[in-house]
Write a protein that binds this ligand. Sequence first.
Ligand code: HGY
Ligand code: MN
Ligand code: MN
Length: 372
Amino acid sequence: MIRPAYSPPDLAARDWLAERMAEAGLTARFDAMGNLFGLAERPSLLLGSHSDTQPAGGWLDGALGVISALEVARVAREAGGPAISVVSFQDEEGRFGGTTGSAVWSGLLHLAEADLAEDMDGVTLAEARELLGNRVGGDVDTTQFSGFIELHIEQGPTLDMAGEQIGVVTDIVGIRDQVVTLTGQQNHAGTTPMALRRDAFQGLSAFSTRLNARLRNVVTPQSVWTIGHVAVAPNASSIVPGQVRFSMQWRDGDADRLERMQAVIETTLDEVAAEIGLRVEIGPLFGLDPVAMDPALRARLEAGAEAVAPGRWRRMPSGALHDATNVARLMPVAMLFVPSIGGISHAFEEDTDEADLVAGLRVLAQAAGVQG
Ligand code: HGY
Ligand code: MN
Ligand code: MN
């Protein structure tokens, strides 16, 4: 099942979750973005993640953290404490940009500005939010929470290859993401000599090849860059492409290196465009800087990992982006990972051994002060 933000499956899943929160004794509340909170008495520790998915995502990305948080909160209430609240953030997967729900809740992004964002089909966030209807119950005060812990799948190969069960996250990488449009000249694929073409796809191809070579001078083995979405126009076999629109995304643990990568991207784009005779348009830049996890909360996760999986846990950075990056603007945050089999994620094959899922839940409960 895939649940793109604000889609009927996403909203049905959030309605189901709101009922489970109420059954667990929490007060369910949707805010204006569609972030769904299950609130305990003040002050409480906030646990959670996101329940929207990628267009072709796996069953655990986000949902694991939300359901685990609900279970820990339920057990905590039955045990008479501590107060644990739960959240499922909206649009972490970025139908409208990236970690949009927690970005608005944390004050990084104003709702009015977020509403202008469009998805790949031209639907605005304002239009998508209207589908929330009368679910919206008002803002959720950020000061009622003492901190935030997110359990998530690793989405990479490290723990699985090492045969370990738990990753305690040290920091979350930063990200930059933008849409680039190259415009040349649409023309006949049979009569247009190669030397006279202003072929936008050839521009993208030359850009990508040259970028891979140029970035080698700037990056480390942990740096990544991706052209994940490409729209070729008019996308016909007998027409020289007049335009390509593509996503340019890069990530690194060092904010300065993200800047240096951006400079290489922009100079390479300009150089290739000048050679082929293309116009370059670069859309708004979506960016989040690297964030370090809170030492005190992280220590609680490390103690839990040592108790639950002695000798089978490690400290590690997160190469994936998470809502915790935004929430860190408001309160102490920490994250823990369980292994992804084969390192696969953002794919239907995404999976984790049940024993590892249970281990992650137990570490989360222990770090939250809940004896499961
Ligand atoms: O792309 C990410 O890192 C996140 O899984 N949305
Ligand atoms: Mn996720
Ligand atoms: Mn994801």
